[in-house]
Design a protein around this ligand. Sequence first.
Ligand SMILES: [Fe+2]
Ligand SMILES: [Fe+2]
Length: 160
Amino acid sequence: MAHTHAHGFKDDEDALAAVEEHHGHMLERVTALSDALLAAVEAGDGGAAYDEKANLVGWCEDELIPHALAEEGPLYGPARETPEARLLVEGMLQDHQAIVGLVEELRDADGARAAAVGLAIARAFALHLRKENGLLFPFMVENPDLSLAQAVEGLEEVVG
Ligand SMILES: [Fe+2]
Ligand SMILES: [Fe+2]
């Protein structure tokens, strides 16, 4: 999955496809990691649960949170300046804060609570990226004053 987009995107549609693909990989990963944590807890395997929780926390710290932070400036910023998308972007920023809060909760949790919080992170991310893929980014593609292609240019955390 070592795609590079060093030469930029042809157009906004091309950029949207790359963002959607990256979101898809991220969702697969967080789902697999949270399911593995749940399976370890269900099996009563404390050692495996400890390791799986560390894997999920590590992925959130290395991938999920940097992804959210990378979006906030160049992507959310210009959309937030438009009257049509302002409230949507405010809501998306609240999603990011909620997800970061869940990751903090996961760090301190173990056992059934850790598995539950892990699933909550995966489901919250799924809900959030549906809004990005289906509402916010298509709005940017359609708005001639905004360029999704320019906004994600060089943002490895967003386009992979
Ligand atoms: Fe986001
Ligand atoms: Fe995203």
